[in-house]
Design a protein around this ligand. Sequence first.
Ligand code: GLA
Length: 418
Amino acid sequence: MIVNRIDRPKTTVTSNRFQVPQPQTSNTRDARRAVSDKTLRMKQHWVITTCCLVVLWNSWNKFACNVSEDLIKGMADAVVKSGMKDAGYVYVNIDDCWQVSRDASGNIVVDAQHFPHGMKAVGDYIHSLGLKFGVYSDAGTKTCAGRPGGLGHEYQDAIQYASWGVDYLKYDWCSTTTQDAKASYANIRAALDASGRPIVLSICEWGTAKPWLWGAEVGGNLWRTTGDINDRWGGRQKWPDGSCCSNGVLAILDQQVGLQSYAGPGHWNDPDMLEVGNSGMTDIEYRTHFSLWALLAAPLIAGNDLRNMRPEIHDILTNKEVIAVDQDALGHEGERVAKNGDLEVWSKQLQDGSRAVILLNRGESEQEITANWEQIGYPKTITASVRNLWEHKDLGKMTGKFSARVVPHGVVMVTVKP
Ligand code: GLA
């Protein structure tokens, strides 16, 4: 049954601040007029984020096509046992390769060998742990791993997803030939809305058609800004077919510069999933990766094996002070405010008027880096309390600037509160 928008229950349906739109009263309407047109347009859709970001786990970076019911259930258990649920991680998402074909009626067929009890059973299990359930499909004829895509089956698939209890759909962009990106994503959003279930829409279009310009308008909750992330520090590599590109952390970071104004509550730039814990980088680099993604207000999508994390990796992924920067209620995306060769300062305004600040050393030798108050939007005469978010330590009051020595490929991440 398709439920009328105004009749939707007045309850928050997810624990991580994804909310069903509330019935519109004249008061709420007036309040919302203060918000941008773009945000208002988003409110036509079932699923919005009133404040913050989704944090979750996704199977692709570590397991690629090796997904199964056992793996997903094990990972859902690990989200709870590892304390990641307490730290705010909510969605457990199966990426590509859960689907094998379509039946004579066009219904998507699940890989019965790896998901012997079907997708609803997986969703029920995830929900029984107080978590949310995500799946993946593609706007074209085939997914990027060559499985059946969603083109022409959008409404049929959306009803299927809703019947499985899906809360989140990542929609990829392989095999789309001449399709128009904006129209394609508007189409799947409409289908998801018509299913009657609030489903987060993750636009995975790799930034090709600049989805930050239209993603919010078509009801996307997050949109990839780049090609895929790789588990390495820097550089970009073309795919074997010559198309561009898989990216190291720094390559992705540099592609976020200038996009910050497009992100906001309910609609986020997505610099791709985390590689923290997947072994291609040092722990210092993983800490840098996590810190920067939090400052970018990025969806924090863990992509490692949560069942056997080293303590160092666990401590990175569950640093609540850093996650709080990511999830700050103001919903600002941070930006680079200073660059001197390999030394950079990044800053994010927080709801209480304070700033999260990262001193980033991209180079190969330890260096001192300074953040001046004017770079982060304060007069230089102001005195502010500085707190180190990785050492969990107050560093005292400082006037005009904060300096620290930063190890190669490392960050010092602080809050600055006047
Ligand atoms: C694309 C996406 C990845 C992943 C794979 C799955 O490359 O960008 O994030 O979903 O497809 O095939």
